[in-house]
Design a protein around this ligand. Structure first.
Ligand code: ARG
Length: 568
C-alpha cells in the first residue's frame, strides 16, 4: 500500500502547489494520509483539517480546491467529502500491480531490505539453570525469536544469544542438595525436573536446618575457586538443562547461535570495572561499589557487593562490551519482562558514562505479565506451569480435535504439533507486548475464533485449492469484484506491517496482519467461485490471488515462529 500512498502524496504536492502557490516549507503529506476503516468512501483519505493551519483555510474549502486541481494518476476518482479528500483506486490496475510485485519479488516480497548485512544481536529466552523454564519465559522466547526472524527478513545478519543464568549462589544450593539427596541415575533420567526437585527440596530442608545455607555457600565458593568436582557437577547440570531446553526450542524451530551464559563473562568483568574506576564512576555505598545515577532519576547501579563479588549488571556490562567487540553490532536487543526495565535503563546509562559511543545501540524490549486461567505465576509456591507441559497439553488437545474433525488425516502427530504449539504462540502474540495477559488454553485452541488454528486452517485451505488447480493462474488486469479488491489490498499491506513490526519491536502487528489477511481471504473464498468459476480468465485471476495469499500468509506465519501445515 505504500506505493499507493506515495503516488497520492506526489499528486497532492502538485495540487497544493497549484491551489496554494504561496505556501512555503515542507509538509509531511505521506503521514497525513489514512486508510479509512469504512472503505465505502474510498481506499485512502486525506483529512484536510491537518492542513488548515498551514494553508490558512477550512478543511472543506481545502478539500474542494484540491479536488479541482488534482490529477487522477492511477486512481479512478478523487472526491471532496466533508473536509476529506477521498481517493478511490482503480481496483484492476491496483490488483495487477500488487500481484506482479509479489511474483517478481518472490520470497522477498514484504522485506524492507534495509538491513544491508549489518549485524543485530538478540539476547532472548535466557532461562535460569536449575529453576523451571516456565510460561513466564514464553514472552521472551517467542517475541525474541520473531524479532530475529523479522530482522533477518529485512536483510540483517542476526546473532541469537541465550544468555543463560548459569552462575550464582543457586549452584551452591543445587550441589549441596545433589550431594546429600541426589544421584547420577535420577538426574540423568529425570533431567530438569529432578534438578528442580532437588532445588526445591533444598529450600524446604533449609527452613528446618539453617546450617544447610552455610554448606551451600561453601559449595559455591569451592565452585568459584575451581574445585574440580564441583566444576564437573556444574557443567553437567548445565548440559542437562540445555539438552532439555532444546526440545522445547525444536518445537518452535528455534536455534541459538550462542549459549554463552552469565558465567562466560567472569574473566571479562575486571577490565570493565577498571574502566569505571578510571572514569571515576564508582562510589562506595555501605561497602558496595555503585555508580550513582541520581542525576538521571534512577537508583544507583550496583557493580560490586561488599565482599567484592559481581552482580547481574556487572555481567551485562561485560557481555555488551564483548558482543560489540565480537560481532560489531548495529543493534543489540534484549527481550525480558518489564520487571527488568529499570535494570536495563541503569546499566545502559553506565555504559554511556563509561564512554562507549555505541551505548545508544542497546535496546531493551520489555513485555507484560502472563497469568493462566486467571492465576498469577508464583515460583515459590510451586504454582508454575512449565512451557513444555503447556505445549504438550495443547498438542494432545489438538490431536483429539483433529481426530474428530478429520479422521482420515495422515501425519496427525506432526500436524498436531504444529497446530498445538502454533496456537499458543499465536494467542500469546495476539496482544501488544506490554499488555498483561491472561492465558486461557481453550480460547487459544479454538478453531473458530481469531486463533492460530484458524490461521493455519486458512493456509491449508489455500494449499488445497492450489493442489487441485491445473495451472498457476494469471492476472491480466481485467474487471475485479469487491472481494478480490479487498484481498489485493490486504496483500498490499504486508510490507507496511513488516516495517512497522520492526520499527516498534512488535511481532503482534504481524499476528494482527495475519488475521486481516485471513478475513479477506475467507470472505473471498465464501463469496466467489474459484475453481468452479466458469469464466476462464476470472478463474485464473482468482487462482493467482490464492497463490499470492499462500505465499504471503505462509511467510507471515513463519515470521511469528509458527510452522505451516498444508493439511489439518
Ligand atoms: N536470566 C534472566 C532471567 O530469567 C534473563 C536474562 C536476560 N538477559 C540479560 N542479558 N540480562 O530473568
Amino acid at each position: 500500500m505504500k506505493k499507493l500512498k506515495k503516488e497520492a502524496e506526489a499528486l497532492l504536492i502538485e495540487a497544493i502547489g497549484k491551489s496554494f502557490p504561496n505556501i512555503q516549507g515542507e509538509l509531511n503529506i505521506f503521514d497525513m494520509l489514512e486508510y479509512p476503516p469504512d472503505t465505502s468512501m474510498g481506499d485512502l483519505a486525506l483529512p484536510c483539517f491537518k492542513l488548515s493551519k498551514v494553508l490558512r483555510s477550512s478543511p472543506v474549502k481545502i478539500a474542494e480546491m484540491l479536488s479541482e486541481n488534482i490529477e487522477s494518476g492511477s486512481f479512478s476518482d478523487i472526491t471532496a467529502v466533508n473536509g476529506y479528500l477521498n481517493f478511490r483506486m482503480n481496483a484492476s490496475v491496483f490488483a495487477k500491480r500488487v500481484v506482479d510485485d509479489i511474483c517478481a519479488q518472490g520470497e522477498n516480497y514484504g522485506s524492507p531490505m534495509n538491513g544491508d548485512g549489518k549485524t543485530v544481536v538478540l539476547d532472548y529466552s535466557s532461562p535460569n539453570v536449575a529453576k523451571p523454564f516456565h510460561i513466564g519465559h514464553l514472552g521472551t522466547t517467542v517475541i525474541g525469536h520473531s524479532l530475529k526472524l523479522l530482522h533477518e527478513f529485512a536483510g540483517y545478519k542476526c546473532v541469537g544469544i541465550n544468555h543463560l543464568g548459569d552462575w550464582g549462589t543457586q549452584f551452591g544450593k543445587l550441589i549441596t542438595a545433589y550431594k546429600r539427596w541426589g544421584n547420577k541415575d535420577e538426574v540423568e533420567n529425570g533431567g530438569i525436573d529432578e534438578l528442580v526437585r532437588l532445588y526445591v527440596l533444598f529450600h524446604t530442608e533449609a527452613e528446618k536446618d539453617e546450617a544447610l545455607n552455610d554448606e551451600a555457600r561453601k559449595e559455591f565458593s569451592k565452585l568459584e575457586n575451581n574445585d574440580e568436582e564441583n566444576l564437573l557437577l556444574w557443567r553437567w547440570f548445565i548440559d542437562i538443562s540445555i539438552a532439555e531446553y532444546k526440545k522445547t526450542y525444536r518445537l518452535l524451530n528455534i536455534e541459538f547461535d550462542s549459549y554463552n551464559g552469565e558465567s562466560f563473562y567472569t574473566d571479562k568483568m575486571p577490565a570493565q570495572i577498571q574502566v569505571m574506576k578510571d572514569k571515576e564512576l564508582l562510589t562506595i555505598d555501605d561497602g558496595a561499589s555503585v555508580v550513582n545515577l541520581e542525576e538521571w532519576n534512577m537508583p544507583p547501579c550496583l557493580i560490586l557487593k561488599r565482599d567484592g563479588s559481581t552482580l547481574y549488571p556487572t555481567r551485562d556490562i561485560a557481555a555488551a562490551v564483548y558482543r560489540k567487540n565480537t560481532y560489531d553490532f548495529e543493534k543489540c536487543i534484549y527481550v525480558t519482562s518489564a520487571g527488568q526495565s529499570l535494570h536495563f535503563a541503569q546499566w545502559f546509562k553506565v555504559v554511556e558514562l563509561m564512554g562507549y559511543p555505541w551505548a545508544d545501540k542497546l535496546v531493551h524490549v520489555p513485555y507484560g505479565t502472563v497469568s493462566i486461567n486467571g492465576a498469577k505465576l508464583a515460583t515459590r509456591t510451586g504454582n508454575v506451569i512449565l512451557l513444555k507441559d503447556l505445549f504438550a497439553q495443547a498438542i494432545e488437545k489438538v490431536k483429539a480435535i483433529t481426530a474428530e474433525k478429520n479422521p482420515a488425516l495422515a501425519e496427525r502427530d506432526d500436524i498436531a504439533e504444529a497446530v498445538g504449539v502454533g496456537a499458543i504462540v499465536f494467542h500469546y502474540l495476539s496482544n501488544n507486548r506490554m499488555r498483561d495477559i491472561n492465558f486461557i488454553l481453550e480460547d487459544a485452541l479454538s478453531f473458530d475464533g481469531n486463533t492460530g488454528p484458524y490461521a493455519q486452517y486458512t493456509y491449508a485451505r489455500t494449499c488445497s485449492i492450489l493442489e487441485k488447480s491445473a495451472d498457476e493462474g494469471e492476472i491480466c488486469g481485467g474487471e475485479i469484484c469487491e472481494e478480490e479488491k479487498e484481498l489485493a489490498k490486504a496483500l498490499a499491506l504486508f510490507p507496511d506491517s513488516v516495517s512497522e513490526a520492526i520499527a516498534q519491536y512488535e511481532p503482534s502487528l504481524i499476528t494482527r496482519y495475519i488475521l486481516d489477511l485471513c478475513a479477506a481471504f475467507n470472505r473471498f473464498y465464501h463469496n466467489c467461485q474459484i475453481l468452479s468459476c466458469e469464466d476462464e480468465s476470472v478463474k485464473r485471476q482468482r487462482i493467482k490471488l490464492t497463490a499470492c495469499v499462500r505465499q504471503v500468509l505462509g511467510k507471515s506465519l513463519e515470521l511469528i515462529c509458527m510452522k505451516k501445515t498444508e493439511k489439518i
